[in-house]
Design a protein around this ligand. Structure first.
Ligand SMILES: NC(=O)c1ccc[n+]([C@@H]2O[C@H](COP(=O)([O-])OP(=O)(O)OC[C@H]3O[C@@H](n4cnc5c(N)ncnc54)[C@H](O)[C@@H]3O)[C@@H](O)[C@H]2O)c1
Ligand SMILES: O=c1ccn([C@@H]2O[C@H](COP(=O)(O)OP(=O)(O)O[C@H]3O[C@H](CO)[C@@H](O)[C@H](O)[C@H]3O)[C@@H](O)[C@H]2O)c(=O)[nH]1
Length: 348
């Protein structure tokens, strides 16, 4: 049985599908602070298999320990955490508590239950301002905001833990910019309030929920002046978790970039989204956003060499799948527009 923390979230629901489709048993734990259980009900519908859901907080060591023992968990995929960069500047201690302390509690519960295999979702944000591109795993680390520092501190903690005890096997996955949705249109990203990230905002403008996209800067040193990022399809990203889980046979830490290696500009994303959706996405150029860099994209060769993993879905596919999710669920999981035959969660 695999314990998936943050399982009801955007990436977690897609990882649930990848794990269930691979025939693995899953217990998903989430405190639903930024998600809805509906995502996991739909993940079950997609796979035709049930998982176990436990409403719990990773900061609650006893609750996690109890789950680890009750379901005979053998490995943990740890996605639970807060992720908004702006919020983390405003409330750094909340981020340190939830992300760093939460991970410490989880590790402590794992140690007590003798579960010592972990896959952790880190972020390309740990690299900070790129000294060179593309970013390989050896690039120096220097996160520029509290959210990024929580990921950095957790990475350091995991390295120390593995040095101290050779039984631990840890995969650190540095995600670039996950976008898109499962091709069924049943699960996808459902941010609360005005989206911070580009793709969900573009999708909400296309569907008519918002008026236009403000492009943060058109004077970067890039071909069209707008920022460049490595957008990666969330289904490709999810499959990377399976690959790393299968690969964690040796003790120690394996740190891997999950990106495509291709950079796409903000304007390119908007134009591609318009083409695949047939909708217009009005935009306006505005000031640069504090903390943004001109360009950020991965060198994904280490992932391919060590895990045999490679992203396969194009930007057009990312936009098309994101659009299918958004157009079928204009109000996300809150809308009742898209009913599914709910599979019951497994009772543990
Ligand atoms: N989406 C991105 O752009 C991105 C990029 C890099 C890394 N990541 C990391 O990937 C992970 C998943 O991100 P996501 O985009 O799916 O975000 P998300 O907010 O959709 O999912 C995170 C989930 O964790 C849950 N959660 C938060 N704190 C918890 C706690 N204390 N106990 C139990 N559950 C808790 C939330 O309710 C949510 O369901 C996060 O750790 C995030 O930092 C995301
Ligand atoms: O309303 C918007 C939102 C974004 N952008 C631009 O779009 C690009 C992508 O921005 P965004 O989607 O916010 O992603 P990033 O700022 O690259 O950060 C994401 O990707 C990082 C990993 O690379 C993660 O660590 C972060 O948590 C996640 O928010 C950037 O050039 C932004 O300036 C706009 O122009 N307008």
């Amino acid at each position: 049985m695999i314990l998936l923390t943050g399982g009801a979230g955007y990436i977690g629901s897609h990882v649930s599908v990848a794990l269930l489709d691979a025939g693995l048993d899953v217990v998903a734990v989430d405190n639903l602070s930024n998600s809805s259980k509906a995502s996991l009900e739909r993940a079950q519908t997609i796979c035709g298999r049930s998982l176990v859901f436990r409403h719990a907080d990773i900061c609650n060591e006893e609750a996690i320990y109890e789950v680890l023992r009750a379901y005979e968990v053998t490995a943990v995929v740890h996605l639970a955490g807060f992720k908004a960069v702006g919020d983390s500047n405003a409330q750094p201690m909340t981020y340190y508590e939830n992300n760093v302390l939460g991970t410490m509690r989880l590790l402590s519960a794992m140690k007590r239950a003798s579960v010592k295999t972990l896959v952790f979702s880190s972020s390309a944000t740990v690299y900070g301002i790129p000294a060179y591109l593309p970013l390989d795993e050896k690039h120096p680390l220097g996160p520029t905001n509290p959210y990024g520092r929580t990921k950095f501190f957790i990475e350091e903690m995991l390295k120390d833990l593995c040095k101290s005890d050779p039984d631990w096997r840890v995969g650190i996955l540095r995600y670039f910019n996950p976008v898109g949705a499962h091709e069924s249109g049943l699960i996808g990203e459902d941010p609360i309030g005005i989206p911070n990230n580009l793709l969900p905002l573009v999708a909400q403008v296309a569907v008519g929920r918002r008026e236009k996209v403000f492009i943060f800067g058109n004077d970067y040193d890039t071909p069209d002046g707008t920022g460049i990022r490595d957008f990666i399809h969330v289904v490709d990203l999810a499959s990377g978790h399976l690959c790393v889980l299968n690969h964690l046979k040796q003790p120690g830490v394996l740190t891997v970039n999950l990106g495509t290696g291709n950079g796409h500009s903000v304007l390119e994303v908007i134009q591609t989204f318009e083409a695949v959706s047939g909708r217009s996405v009005p935009y306006e150029f505005g000031e640069r956003r504090t903390g943004d860099v001109a360009a950020c994209y991965a060198d994904p060769t280490f992932a391919e060499r060590t895990l045999g993993w490679k992203s396969v879905r194009s930007l057009a596919r990312m936009c098309a799948d994101h659009w299918r999710w958004q157009s079928k669920n204009p109000d996300g999981y809150r809308g009742a527009q898209y009913q599914t035959n709910k599979l019951k969660f497994r009772v543990g």
